[in-house]
Design a binder for this molecule. Structure first.
Ligand code: ACM
Ligand code: ZN
Length: 565
């Protein structure tokens, strides 16, 4: 009798469990471009994972890591004894980042032609599974993939995220964590901002003072009081080995690192180390405040070009990227106007003011063109902020449009390739709500997730110039962001919205579906221990300081009150 009872109980429990066993709702971000869901599911626990013997070593490593993860989180040996097979096959007819994925009740088929496609198929598979797949321990979960057929490829080739490592410094481990989460959302470029007025972060063997002196500042201003100083020496730099480690780590995540050496402005840290490279000769001090410095490189001196070429030679040796970012933004011309050497160069080159451009702006174009030629001669290409369009820009340069979209539109009209990073949609250092009393101090602006999501790069472009848009990037400047927790709060989930702008064809975007899918993203981020902003769920503030958002009526009253203050 007792035995019969237990047998019955076991059957009832087994039935009810199997009824509850449903794959989690399909909530992949960025939404794949072609998805057909069907009835049924496949249990990955204990499946056999196989791959074509001709896949490259990087692909084999990524698939092995995925298999190991499944083994850990499901707690089952991946031998195929109790389930079917997950097959990774080569299909040379597919694009480099394209993949095909079919889940049937008896197994999974993945096809791609190259590492990028296989890597992204794995990211999609992981997002289709319970969030615990992002953990590193055995978890009780329904390890089911929904039956589905996916054929997916990105809308844009260039899908970037930027990181300012100068205003605040991020360790190698922090940078790797940034790469991890970007890769999960199929981002494939890290624009690494490495030189600034407030700190030089790249070890350059030929110029050791760049990091001995230029990597350190004597304190940091407090809040927005630029005259203040917290008195805490601050800085850091990456050794060449560390940068190579980041480049290799990023490559394993299908991410190319594009280093930025911002020139000829934003150079006070370098000038502090080598004052002879400035127009006045200094003395200079690594900046402890934010803003745009008048002191820039003296381009009347040949030594400045020797310096830049030496630095870029070492940079090219560390970073194999096709693009080297040469900055070019916010370079005031005050010093050049007063410097006899700079004026002599203007005269010697015969540079004249024309249209809306000054002779000094044309001299910046001369600098850009000279550096461009140097990099081109070494097989590289330049990308620069949209100021490089002020004057005559040589063919072959790529423009990063940050002052709104107009720079990008104009560049495309002129035949230049463009990466769109308009501050109106893609500056994720801006506030995420208008309730500033609940937010950590930010630089300004207002850029909620919805606005990032709403960006359509082709809007406003002259018809026929759209093909010049290589892609889209969001920028994360870190003047006010000093901790990893705050960095992640600014990044997530706005980077997830960015990923749909970059990856999804315009007709695949749907904010309501995206917002629902964020529930799963938040679970993933919880498992991985990332901090993220919860504005879309009505909560504002860093962990420990979270507060409910105001109702629309309360917000209107609050904003009115702010206006009258
Ligand atoms: C920039 O935000 N200064 C490119
Ligand atoms: Zn000068």
């Amino acid at each position: 009798m007792r035995k019969t009872f237990f047998t019955l109980l076991t059957i009832v429990l087994a039935l009810s469990c199997s009824e509850n066993k449903q794959p989690q709702p399909f909530s992949v971000i960025p939404m794949p471009n072609d998805v057909t869901l069907s009835e049924g599911s496949f249990n990955v626990a204990g499946a056999l994972v196989t791959y074509d013997e001709n896949v490259d070593a990087q692909t084999a490593k990524a698939i092995d890591a995925f298999t190991e993860t499944l083994k850990t989180v499901t707690g089952k040996p991946m031998t195929g004894k109790s389930a079917g097979t997950i097959r990774f096959g080569l299909n040379p007819n597919m694009g480099a980042e394209e993949y095909f994925l079919q889940v049937k009740t008896d197994g999974v088929d993945v096809e791609a032609s190259a590492f990028g496609g296989f890597f992204y198929a794995i990211q999609t598979l992981k997002q289709m599974l319970p969030a615990e797949v992002y953990g590193n321990q055995k978890a009780k979960a329904a390890w089911l993939l929904p039956c589905v057929t996916i054929l997916d490829a990105p809308r844009f080739d260039y899908r970037g995220i930027h990181l300012d490592a100068c205003r605040h410094f991020w360790t190698v481990e922090e940078t790797k964590r940034y790469i991890d989460i970007a890769a999960a959302y199929k981002i494939n470029r890290l624009h690494w901002h490495l030189t600034e007025d407030q700190g030089w972060r790249i070890e350059i063997k030929k110029y050791p003072k760049l990091t001995e002196v230029g990597a350190w500042r004597n304190g940091t201003c407090i809040g927005k009081d630029f005259e203040s100083n917290d008195g805490i020496r601050y800085g850091g730099f990456y050794t060449q080995d560390e940068m190579r480690e980041i480049v290799a780590y990023a490559a394993e995540h299908n991410i190319i690192v594009i280093p930025e050496v911002d020139l000829p402005g934003h150079m006070v840290a370098a000038l502090t180390a080598y004052p002879e490279l400035g127009c006045t000769g200094g003395p200079y001090e690594v900046w402890t405040r934010w803003g745009v410095a008048r002191d820039v490189l003296c381009v009347g001196k040949e030594e400045t070009f020797t310096f830049l070429e030496d630095v870029l030679t070492e940079v090219m040796d560390i970073f194999p990227s096709e693009y080297i970012h040469i900055g070019g933004d916010e370079c005031p011309k005050d010093r050049w106007r007063e410097c006899p050497l700079c004026q002599a160069r203007i005269k010697a080159l015969g540079l004249k003011a024309h249209d809306n451009f000054t002779a000094e702006e044309e001299m910046q174009c001369y600098v850009t063109a000279r550096i461009q030629k140097f990099l081109n001669d070494h097989g590289r290409k330049i990308i620069g902020w949209d100021e490089i369009l002020e004057g005559t820009l040589a063919p072959g340069a790529t423009v990063m449009s940050w002052r709104g979209t107009r720079g990008g539109e104009r560049a495309a009209e002129l035949g230049f390739d463009v990466v769109m990073t308009p501050n109106s949609y893609m500056y994720i250092d801006h506030y995420q709500s208008r309730e500033l009393d609940k937010e950590p101090l930010c630089i300004g602006g207002y850029l909620p997730v919805e606005k990032v999501y709403s960006y359509e790069p082709y809007e406003g472009m002259t018809p026929g110039t759209e093909d010049h848009i290589l892609g889209v990037q969001a920028n994360l400047w870190t003047e006010y962001i000093g901790t990893e927790e705050f960095l992640e709060y600014m990044l997530l989930p706005r980077m997830c919205a960015l990923s749909e702008v970059q990856w999804c064809n315009a007709d695949r975007k749907d904010y309501t579906r995206f917002d629902t899918s964020l529930d799963h993203t938040f679970k993933m981020l919880d498992v991985m221990g990332y901090t993220y902003a919860k504005h879309v769920r009505g909560i504002i503030g860093l962990p420990g300081q979270e507060q409910p958002a105001r109702t629309p009526e309360e917000l209107a009253a609050y904003l009115e009150e702010q206006k009258s203050e």
